[in-house]
Design a protein around this ligand. Structure first.
Ligand SMILES: [Zn+2]
Length: 241
């Protein structure tokens, strides 16, 4: 699989491209602005328009390293198409996913390198993140809310680098999740996301350019899920609501 276009061009959400393979209701594109999801981030939504049609892109299917874009109708577009990501949906996922990083960085720092055991973003500005945290008082977790918002206020920049998987595996803390591996790249490297001054970890998701682009975050709820697992629900504060 080649590197995601959106990793190199996170702000390009609409491209003119070509259909390189098609079957009724699905296409492979020469270039795709879509993020297919992963690591708890929901797959992008959007549209595909061509000379004689326009359909919604509803999902993705990766087969033999190729990304099929699933369409809302059994159309079979060919030739030149315009592929467009739903901007609002992507922006909300990006903001929420960046917030999940901040939480996860603070949990890692305050609780002896505690790892993530699962993450799922919602489409309603909320997310749940599970941590392996035996024996931690939930009030100490709740207290992270102020620190999360302090990090947002500091406007820390977010940067990327690619390092060989072997080197990443050897460095404690870079592979933070027990359940999710970052997507592979053709040269065997993994993408490292750095919130400068706070955290570095391997991740294939989409992130804000700096933390102050995020709305404030609330910790809504903390549940004990089994002896080891703590589930933290967070939500962006929607000023429009
Ligand atoms: Zn990420």
């Amino acid at each position: 699989m080649s590197r995601y276009f959106c990793h190199d061009h996170p702000d390009v959400l609409s491209v003119e491209t070509q259909v390189v393979d098609a079957r009724p209701g699905a296409v492979i594109l020469a270039q795709s602005p879509f993020h297919p999801g992963g690591g708890g981030q929901l797959p992008d939504r959007g549209r595909l328009a061509w000379q004689s049609g326009d359909v919604a892109v509803t999902g993705f299917e990766v087969t033999d390293g190729r990304v099929w874009h699933l369409l809302s109708e059994p159309a079979e577009p060919s030739g030149a198409v315009r592929a467009s990501v739903d901007r609002e949906f992507r922006a909300a996922q990006t903001e929420l996913h960046t917030g999940a990083h901040i939480l996860n960085a603070l949990v890692y720092r305050h609780f002896n390198g505690a790892l993530i055991t699962g993450a799922q973003l919602g489409d309603d500005l909320s997310a749940r993140i599970d941590f392996d945290l035996p024996g931690v008082d939930n009030d100490r977790l709740r207290a992270l809310e102020a620190e999360i918002n302090d990090v947002i206020g500091q406007d820390l920049p977010v940067r990327y680098s690619w390092v060989p998987l072997e080197a990443a595996s050897a460095q404690p803390g870079l592979l933070r999740s027990r359940s999710v591996a970052p997507p592979p790249t053709p040269d065997g490297t993994v993408r490292i996301v750095e919130i400068v001054g706070l955290d570095r970890q391997a991740c294939g998701g989409t992130h804000l350019a700096s933390t102050a682009q995020s709305r404030p975050l609330r910790i809504l709820k903390i549940d004990n899920k089994g002896r080891h697992n703590r589930r933290v629900r967070i939500s962006l504060v929607d000023a429009r609501a």
